[in-house]
Structure formats: structure tokens, C-alpha cells
Design a protein around this ligand. Structure first.
Ligand SMILES: NC(=O)c1ccc[n+]([C@@H]2O[C@H](COP(=O)([O-])OP(=O)(O)OC[C@H]3O[C@@H](n4cnc5c(N)ncnc54)[C@H](OP(=O)(O)O)[C@@H]3O)[C@@H](O)[C@H]2O)c1
Length: 329
């Protein structure tokens, strides 16, 4: 039987999510990979326990995380039932709908029909009465934004979610939906977007600034570029790595040029007294608009190692310029 570490709140720092009352841990755990139907349940359970013991209170899911679709929510539900139930009030659990989930015209995108059915399915798989954050997973350019926003607001009013999130929304749509949600009196809590030293699109699109302006937080996914920003691929592609096992990170995208940048970044991290993975997370967290970095993991040790990100020294201007120089080469 699991009993949480009594010192779990001693190291993690928590940041306010936009202008809301909610604090999120600087590091959150996502269940996109390694929580599928063919993965080891003991390992999943170990990762959830390790995270929680380290003060990681936020667990991020989506209806279709698996494979198979729904499996991550089901496995997480089993962990909740087995030993996390006593800690439910210390946990922030999120899920999403917006991508392909079930056959036919009602299992995808952003209609009221899809979102309303999906939250019920997610709650039943996770064996929860409510989620803390319910996200629209991606913008839908065909459905009126008002319909998506109304559905999200109604889900909050029904008590099935406490807060509304959006994911992968650009600045303009973030502003528009934030306004509708404010009128509905269910304010936008957060935008979940991809951001790492290797993916800078949110800087170009000024998404952190937009979120700050509308009073929302930002949580950044794939901060390690799915593991590339670590020592994982320095000597080729290990057979147990995401690049070897999963179509979302293609082995041929890890080129010798990329690895030479990763090595140079690793040296800089070493000079700061950090691993590259920890520095990559600290680098995302250097911006005050960012509420949390959303990591993935394939084993508990990676979560423990990544906690070091919360202990990195602030970046000097010289270090930040050096990072840009390395990336530009
Ligand atoms: N909203 C969206 O559209 C969206 C999209 C993608 C992700 N997300 C969310 O963001 C979460 C995180 O995404 P991500 O998994 O791509 O994040 P990530 O942290 O960039 O990548 C995680 C992977 O990096 C490797 N890794 C982690 N720590 C390591 C360490 N210390 N040393 C070496 N390798 C390490 C592991 O790969 P190996 O498996 O190779 O060990 C791990 O599975 C997801 O679970 C999901 O909740 C959301």
C-alpha cells in the first residue's frame, strides 16, 4: 500500500496560474506515452507515486492517450482506485478532447456534442467525479468558437470540471475565446503549448504575452523535445527510446548536426552544474509567464532527475546568448 512521502512539499515550487487562484507545480507530469495498454502497470504506478512524492501535484491526460485510445485514462483510473484516492484533494488532474477519439462525425474537433460526451467518458475511465482542468485540445476552424466555449463553460457549470483550458491555440484565438469565456463567467485558466529550446514558435506568435494579457497561465509541453534535449541520443538511438518505438519522434530527425548542438548545450549545462535535461526545463521556466513545464517520462528515475530543474541558478545574459549561438550554428 502506497503512503505518500511526508516531505513531498519541501522542494517543489508552485506558480500561480495566470490571474486564477490555482497554483501549479513548476514541473507537471504528462501521461501521453508509457501509460498505454501494452505498457507495464507497475512502472506507471511507480511514475505517479514518484512524481507525487516529489511535489508534482499535476497530472495531465487526454481522452486519446494510449495506445489504445483511452488506455492512459483507464490506467490512471486504476492507480487512483488502488492508492491515490486519499490524495485526490492534493491533485490537479486534467484531460482533453479535440483530436480523433471515436468513429463518426461526433468523436473529433470542437462541437458541443463531442466535448460533452467526451468528458463523461473520461470521468468514467478515470473513475473520477470531476477533473480539475478540461481542455479543448486543438483549435477547430469549422466549429463556431462560441459553441466550443459555451460547451466548456457548461461543463464547468455542471461540476464535471473546475477550470477551462485550451491547447495549441494561437494568440488571436486565445484572445477571442478568453473574451467569450469571461462573458460566460468561466474564465480561461491556461493555454497548453509546445515550447523548448528547439521549438520557438510561441515566441514568434507572442503566445506567453497574450496569455499574460488575458490573465491566463501557460503550460509548456515537450520541453525536452521528446527526449532530444538530454543525453538520451548522444550515442545513437537506444532500442527502448521514444525515437525507436514511436512514430511521434522520428529517428531520422535526430541528425548528426542536431546531436552536435545537443552536445554543445550539454557542455554549457555542465558548466552551470546541471544536466542538459534539467537545463532545458530551467530554460523554459526562466520566463515568468510560464506556469509549469509538462514533462513525460518512461521511468521514475527520469522524473527524479528532472526535479533538478527547479534548483538551477537563474540564467546570465551571457549564458542565454551562448544558447542562441549554439542553436543558430
Ligand atoms: N496538448 C498537446 O497537444 C500535447 C502534445 C504533446 C504532449 N502533451 C503533453 O505534454 C506531456 C509531455 O510531453 P513529452 O512526453 O513530449 O515531453 P518531454 O519531456 O519533452 O519528453 C519526454 C521524454 O523524454 C525522455 N526523458 C525524460 N526525462 C529524461 C531524462 N532526465 N533523461 C533522458 N531522457 C529523458 C523520455 O523518453 P524515453 O521514452 O526515450 O525514455 C520521455 O518519455 C505529455 O505527456 C502530454 O501530457 C500535450
Amino acid at each position: 500500500m502506497y503512503t505518500a512521502d511526508g516531505k513531498r512539499y519541501e522542494e517543489m515550487r508552485y506558480r500561480r496560474c495566470g490571474k486564477s487562484g490555482l497554483l501549479l507545480p513548476e514541473i507537471s507530469l504528462g501521461l501521453w506515452h508509457n501509460f498505454g495498454s501494452a505498457d507495464s502497470f507497475d512502472n506507471m504506478q511507480g511514475m505517479v507515486h514518484t512524481a507525487f512524492d516529489l511535489g508534482i501535484t499535476h497530472f495531465d491526460l487526454a481522452n486519446n492517450y494510449g495506445p489504445v485510445y483511452g488506455a492512459a485514462e483507464e490506467n490512471f483510473g486504476r492507480i487512483m482506485e488502488r492508492d491515490m484516492r486519499p490524495y485526490r484533494d492534493e491533485m490537479i488532474i486534467s484531460t482533453k478532447a479535440g483530436y480523433d477519439m471515436w468513429p463518426g462525425p461526433y468523436g473529433n474537433f470542437g462541437s458541443r456534442k463531442y466535448l460533452t460526451a467526451s468528458i463523461d467518458q473520461s470521468l468514467s475511465r478515470m473513475k473520477l467525479g470531476y477533473v480539475d482542468i478540461f481542455y479543448h485540445h486543438r483549435p477547430d476552424y469549422e466549429t463556431p468558437l462560441e459553441e466550443t466555449a459555451e460547451a466548456l463553460s457548461d461543463i464547468v457549470r455542471s461540476g464535471k470540471a473546475l477550470y477551462v483550458g485550451i491547447s495549441n491555440y494561437d494568440s488571436e484565438r486565445t484572445r477571442r475565446i478568453a473574451e467569450i469565456l469571461r462573458e460566460n463567467r468561466t474564465p480561461l485558466l491556461i493555454n497548453q503549448v509546445r515550447y523548448s529550446m528547439l521549438d520557438r514558435h510561441i515566441e514568434r506568435e507572442r503566445i506567453p504575452e497574450t496569455c499574460r494579457d488575458v490573465g491566463a497561465g501557460v503550460i509548456c509541453f515537450s520541453p525536452l523535445a521528446q527526449g532530444v534535449l538530454s543525453d538520451r541520443y548522444l550515442d545513437g538511438i537506444p532500442s527502448d527510446s521514444r525515437a525507436a518505438k514511436n512514430r511521434f519522434l522520428r529517428g531520422d530527425s535526430i541528425t548528426p548536426e542536431l546531436i552536435s548542438k545537443v552536445k554543445a548545450l550539454g557542455e554549457l549545462a555542465g558548466a552551470r552544474g546541471q544536466t542538459l535535461a534539467a537545463m532545458a526545463l530551467s530554460w523554459v521556466l526562466r520566463r515568468e509567464e510560464i506556469t509549469s513545464v509538462l514533462i513525460g517520462a518512461s521511468r521514475p528515475e527520469q522524473i527524479r532527475a528532472n526535479l533538478a530543474a527547479t534548483k538551477g541558478a537563474p540564467f546570465s545574459e551571457e549564458e542565454l546568448s551562448k544558447i542562441e549561438e549554439i542553436l543558430k550554428k
